[in-house]
Structures are given as C-alpha cells and as structure tokens.
Design a protein around this ligand. Structure first.
Ligand code: ATP
Length: 332
C-alpha cells in the first residue's frame, strides 16, 4: 500500500492550459475516482501519473518518492485501459505473465503469480485461450489480471468498463470492488459513469476544466456539494436549480438559487406552479419532468405513477434538503 501525492501539477498542450495546477493526496489503500465532464483533463492527469504524458511543472510522488523523472516502467504502477491492449498472439496466461517474465522471474514464480490472479478473477478455465476467443468482459478481466500479477505500488484505471454492456459493467464493477477489498491496494480510477464513481470510490475528485472542484467521500459530495458545479454534476437525474425570485417563499438573504434534488421535490396541493412535460416510468420509480417559471425541473417519485402530460401541478421543496447557492455558485 502506497500513497500518491500530486503537488501543483501543471500541463499545457500548445497554448491551452489543460491542468492549471492540481494538488491531491491519495491515502494508502484508497480507491480514488476522478470524475468530470468530457475534456476536463481526467485522462491527462492519469497519464501524467503513469508517466505517459510529461508534466510542465509540479511533483508526482508515489510512496513518498518523486517519480517525475522516472520512465513509466520504473514507476511500479499498473495501468488498465478502456481498450484492453492485450497481445493477440499470446494466451491469457502469456498475457498475464509477460511483465514478470520480462522482469526475469523464474517460470515457477510466473506460473504461481498468474494462477493466483486467475483465481481472484475466475479466469482459471480460460488461461490457454487467446484474446480473440474471449468476450469483452473476459478480456477486461485479463487486462486487470495482468495488472495484479505485478503487485504494483499503484493501480491506474482509465474508464476500464466503458466498452462493456450495462449488465456486464454492473457485474465487473462488483468484481472490482471485491478485488480492491482483497488487495487493499491504492487505486486511481477515471470514469464518467456516476454509478461507478459513487459505488467504487472511497473518495471522489470532481474535475472541471482541469481544476479540482471538490474532493470527498461520495455521500459527502452528494449531501454537501461545495458549489453549484459539483451539485449539478453528482446525481442523476441532476439537481434542479431554481432562481430564488421564482420561489415565492423564504430564502437566505444572499441566496440567488435553490438547488433541490429530484427526490426532494414533492407534488403537493399548493406550492410552485408547474406543468408536466414528460413522464418516464421505470417501474421502481417514475421521473416527472415539469416546466416552472424558473425552468424545467425533474421530480422523482417512488413506484408507478400515471400523470398526464400538460397537467398542472404544484411542487414543494423539502426544506431539510434544500441547497442554497450565491450568485458566484458557492453553496451557502
Ligand atoms: N495530445 C494532445 N494535444 C492537444 N490537446 C490535447 C491532447 N490530449 C488531450 N488534449 C486536450 O486536453 C483536454 C483534456 O483531455 P482529456 O483527455 O484529459 O479529458 P478527459 O476528461 O479524459 O475527457 P473524456 O472524458 O472525454 O475522455 C481536452 O480539451 C483535450 O482536447
């Protein structure tokens, strides 16, 4: 188990500053997830940690040692990519054991390490197959297995599940969580998937245009987002924002907007007038979209509900779950 520390790490591509200065401490054994909109710099930051992308300035420390000037292969990290990047001519066992073989380990050592990883990932029966003879999910497990056998100081994952279908993604997510528990290793994981971030992370790092907006445990970000960006990014459907002027009720003096999650808006006899524009019935819940004078909002109702489009309704925010933001987007 090792720490990862970033100190004022900067990166520009040409004249574009992609990472204006990132500082972050990842604890030993922590599962740290980077999230943020497309193009915010998640992959660039991960590639800088891996050494695949040079940084302009700042420090990267793994286990307390500065690694900026080390080749990727000397940083003792293992990286799992979205594209599994397996060697097609090698068997599963060959792919998984290659790095150890190249490091000069004996055949017995390589076999033992491969078998141990194969057992953790239920790859035992597939060890002699070639990548072309595997499903997408199996290939990704081999890529993860290849990372495990090296017992690296740090695991880096770049959207490893995004090529899998929804069911397999869910299953592999559970396997990854289990693997993290078993290995107790420090992991940094990039995703744009809300559910992966919320369920896998010990701590989530929310990035916006290369800047770290907030770092915190999933529920901390959900319940106490530092600002409007984080509030709107974490949660699906996203938080509703209503200008204070359209509420007709009491609000803190310096508030300019109310942030309220779909599950914290109730359909009531009186309240904010709205008109139903669309209803999504998912079985276990119903999402009602409605137009108010302050904009479109979504309301999450438990179970099945039949609401006709165009119907007039009234909405009441739960005061205990109301988030207030000032004109600069800071949460009050
Ligand atoms: N080699 C490069 N040359 C120039 N610009 C680049 C290069 N690589 C990335 N960028 C730019 O840097 C920014 C960050 O890209 P990056 O891939 O890190 O984002 P991301 O958050 O991982 O996005 P996504 O979720 O879409 O993968 C983007 O604006 C991208 O266009």
């Amino acid at each position: 188990m090792h720490t990862l520390e970033l100190r004022n790490l900067r990166k520009t591509f040409g004249s574009v500053e992609v990472i204006p200065g990132a500082s972050l401490s990842v604890e030993p054994g922590e599962f740290c997830v980077f999230v943020g909109p497309s193009g915010c710099g998640k992959s660039t930051l991960l590639r800088m940690i891996a050494g695949l992308e040079p940084s302009d300035s700042g420090d990267i420390l793994i286990g307390g040692a500065r690694v900026n000037d080390l080749e990727p292969s000397k940083r003792e990290i293992a990286m799992v990519f979205q594209s599994y990047a397996l060697y097609p001519h090698l068997s599963v066992a060959g792919n998984m054991g290659l790095a150890l073989k190249q490091a000069g380990k004996s055949k017995a050592e390589v076999t033992a390490a491969v078998n141990r990883a194969a057992e953790m990932l239920a790859l035992g029966p597939l060890l002699e197959r070639r990548p072309a003879e595997l499903s997408g999910g199996q290939r990704q497990r081999v890529a993860i297995g290849r990372a495990i056998v090296r017992t690296p100081k740090l695991f880096l994952f770049d959207e490893p599940l995004s090529n899998l279908d929804a069911a397999l993604r869910g299953q592999t997510r559970l396997e990854l969580a289990k693997l993290h528990r078993e290995l107790g290793a420090t992991m940094v994981y990039v995703t744009h998937d809300q559910v992966e971030a919320m369920t896998l992370a010990d701590r989530i790092v929310v990035l916006n245009a290369g800047r770290i907006e907030q770092v915190g445990a999933p529920m901390e970000l959900y319940n106490r987002p530092a600002n409007r960006f984080v509030a709107g990014f974490i949660g699906s459907p996203k938080m509703n924002f209503l200008p204070v002027a359209t509420l007709g009720g009491s609000a803190p003096a310096t508030a300019s907007e109310l942030g309220i999650r779909p599950e914290h808006l109730a359909i009531t006899e009186s309240g904010i007038p709205a008109r139903v524009t669309h209803v999504e019935r998912l079985g276990h819940e119903t999402i009602v979209y409605a137009e108010t004078s302050g904009g479109l909002v979504s309301v999450r109702l438990i179970g099945e509900h039949d609401l006709p489009v165009e119907q007039g309704i009234h909405l009441t925010p739960d005061p205990a779950h109301s988030h207030w933001f000032d004109s600069a987007g800071k949460r009050l």
